[in-house]
Design a protein around this ligand. Structure first.
Ligand code: ATP
Ligand code: MG
Length: 437
C-alpha cells in the first residue's frame, strides 16, 4: 500500500474547542514532540470532541517505541502482553500512550488463525497504518495539538457529520479478524446515534455466530460497556434485532424479552432505563445490579419451579441462581466479584418481606440493602411484588428509631415486635409469603 495523504480538517471546520482537551494528555504530547517524536490524540476522544461529547479518556498515539516513551515520564509503566503500551499516570488519571501499529490488511507476517482471527498484533507501523488498523472510520481520527487540525485518512470526519458507522476495509474480513467489533458496532450505533447501513446489518447478522468462540472474560467486559454506554435500552433493542441476546445470555428467552422492550414492561427494561438515566445524571451504576436484573427472569422462573417441588425457599433461590449463572458462564462469564453480590440481591428479595422482630433492622444494615431495595422497587413496578412492601421499606428508612420500632410492631398486632424467632418458627410456613412473584 502506498502511503496515503491525510485530509487535514482545520479548526474552523471541525469546531473543537482546544480548551476541552485534557491538560495531562496535552502535556504528554508536548513532551513527546519536544523529544522529536510525532504524537497525536487518537480514537474515541477525537470522535467525542467532534460530536461535542465529553470523552471518557484521552489516548495518545506516537511513533516512539514503548522503551523510548517510558523514560520521558516520571510515573510511567509499560503494560500489556498482546500489544505493549505505556501508561503515564497523573494522580488518578492515566493517559494511555501507544506506538503506531500496523493492521492485518497491511502486514503479511501477522499471525492469524485458520478462521482469520488475529492472535498477535504487536507489529509497529506508520501513522497512516495505525489509522487503517482501527475498527471504524469515526474511531480513526487524529488530532494534532500543534495546529489544532484533525487528520483523517479514512473518511471518518464525513461519516461523523452524516452520522454513519462504517467499517474500515472489508467488514466481513474485519469481523472475522475480531468478532467483538460487531458488538462495538452496536455500541457506537446506540450510544452515538449512528446509522448502520443495510449491508453492514446483514453482514453482522450473518456472522453473529463468530461470537460463540470469543473469550468469555473479554465478552463480559464488552457487555458491561454495552450496558453502561448510556443507551442500554436502545442497545438491547439492537441486540434483539441482531439475534445476539440468546447468543450472549443463554438463560434468557430472547423473543419474550425483545417483545417487552416496546412498552418497557419487563423488569430488565426498567432496569436498563434507570441505568441510562443514572448515567445521564453522572451517577454510578454497578455491574452487579445490572446483571442481577439481566438474569432475574430465568432465576425467578427456576425458583418457582423448585418451590413447586417443595424445595425450601432459600435453597431454591440458591439453586436457581447457581444453575442460571452456570448456563450464563457458557458464553459470557460473570466474575465472582459481581456474581456474589448478585446472589445477595436475589436472596434478599426473599428476606425483605419478613420484617418482624429485629429482622428489619438487621436487613437495613446489610451491605447489600440499598441494591436489594432498589431491586424490590423494580419488582413492584412490574407487579411482581406488592407496592405496599416497597412503600413500607421506603418509609422505614426515613423515620426515626421510635417510629421504626412502631412500624415493626404494627406488622404483627398484639405482638411485642421483639425477637420472636421461636414463635415464628412454629408457625406453619406459608409459601406465599416468600414468593417473589
Ligand atoms: P469509548 O469512548 O467507549 O472508550 P473508544 O473508541 O475510545 O470508545 P476503546 O475501546 O477505548 O473505544 O478503544 C480505543 C480505540 O482503539 C478505538 O477508538 C479504536 O480506534 C481502537 N480499537 C479498539 N478496539 C478495537 C478493535 N477491536 N479493533 C480495531 N480497533 C479497535
Ligand atoms: Mg476509549
Amino acid at each position: 500500500m502506498s502511503k496515503p495523504e491525510a485530509r487535514r480538517i482545520h479548526r474552523d471546520q471541525h469546531g473543537i474547542n482546544p480548551e476541552y482537551i485534557d491538560r495531562h494528555a496535552r502535556s504528554v504530547i508536548e513532551t513527546l514532540l519536544d523529544a522529536g517524536y510525532d504524537a497525536y490524540l487518537v480514537g474515541g476522544c477525537v470522535r467525542d470532541l467532534i460530536l461535542r461529547k465529553k470523552p471518557k479518556d484521552f489516548d495518545v498515539a506516537t511513533n516512539a517505541l514503548p522503551e523510548q516513551i517510558a523514560p520521558l515520564f516520571r510515573r510511567s509503566r509499560i503494560i500489556g502482553k498482546r500489544f505493549r503500551l505505556v501508561h503515564v499516570r497523573f494522580g488518578r488519571e492515566v493517559i494511555e500512550v501507544a506506538t503506531f501499529r500496523a493492521g492485518a490488511d497491511l502486514v503479511d507476517d501477522l499471525e492469524t488463525t485458520d478462521a482469520g482471527r488475529i492472535i498477535s498484533d504487536n507489529v509497529y507501523g506508520e501513522e497512516y497504518e495505525d489509522a487503517f488498523r482501527r475498527d471504524f472510520t469515526i474511531n480513526a481520527l487524529f488530532y494534532d495539538i500543534r495546529d489544532d487540525a484533525v487528520l483523517d485518512y479514512v473518511g471518518g470526519f464525513a461519516d461523523l457529520q452524516s452520522r454513519k458507522l462504517h467499517v474500515i476495509g472489508d467488514p466481513e474480513k474485519r469481523f472475522r479478524e475480531d468478532a467483538v467489533r460487531m458488538l462495538r458496532a452496536i455500541r457506537f450505533s446506540a450510544k452515538l446515534d449512528l446509522t448502520l447501513e443495510t449491508d453492514l446489518v446483514n453482514t453482522i447478522k450473518r456472522l453473529s455466530y463468530l461470537l460463540e468462540d470469543q473469550s468469555r472474560a473479554r465478552l463480559f467486559d464488552e457487555v458491561i460497556k454495552l450496558l453502561q454506554g448510556g443507551a442500554a435500552v436502545k442497545t438491547m433493542s439492537l441486540m434483539c434485532e441482531f439475534g445476539f441476546v440468546e447468543m450472549l445470555f443463554p438463560p434468557l428467552d430472547q423473543q419474550r424479552l425483545c417483545e417487552t422492550l416496546n412498552d418497557c414492561s419487563s423488569l430488565l427494561c426498567r432496569a436498563l432505563k434507570n441505568t441510562d438515566k443514572r448515567i445521564r445524571q453522572g451517577k454510578s451504576v454497578t455491574p452487579a445490579f445490572m446483571f442481577a436484573a439481566l438474569l432475574w427472569e430465568p432465576v425467578r422462573q427456576r425458583y418457582e419451579e423448585l418451590l413447586a417441588r417443595r424445595v425450601p425457599p432459600i435453597t431454591a433461590m440458591d439453586k436457581a441462581a447457581m444453575e442460571v449463572l452456570e448456563r450464563q458462564a457458557a458464553r459470557v462469564i460473570v466474575p465472582k466479584r459481581f456474581s456474589v453480590p448478585m446472589r445477595d440481591i436475589w436472596t434478599m428479595q426473599l428476606r425483605l418481606p419478613r420484617r418482624g422482630g429485629r429482622r428489619a433492622f438487621s436487613l437495613l444494615s446489610h451491605r447489600r440493602f440499598r441494591a436489594a431495595y432498589d431491586f424490590l422497587l423494580l419488582r413492584c413496578e412490574v407487579g411482581e411484588e406488592d407496592p405496599a412492601l416497597a412503600q413500607w421499606w421506603t418509609r422505614f428508612q426515613e423515620v426515626d428509631e421510635t417510629e421504626a420500632v412502631a412500624m415493626v410492631r404494627a406488622l404483627q398486632p398484639g405482638k411485642t415486635g421483639g425477637s420472636s424467632r421461636r414463635r415464628r418458627r412454629r408457625k406453619p410456613k406459608t409459601r406465599q409469603a416468600n414468593k417473589p412473584a
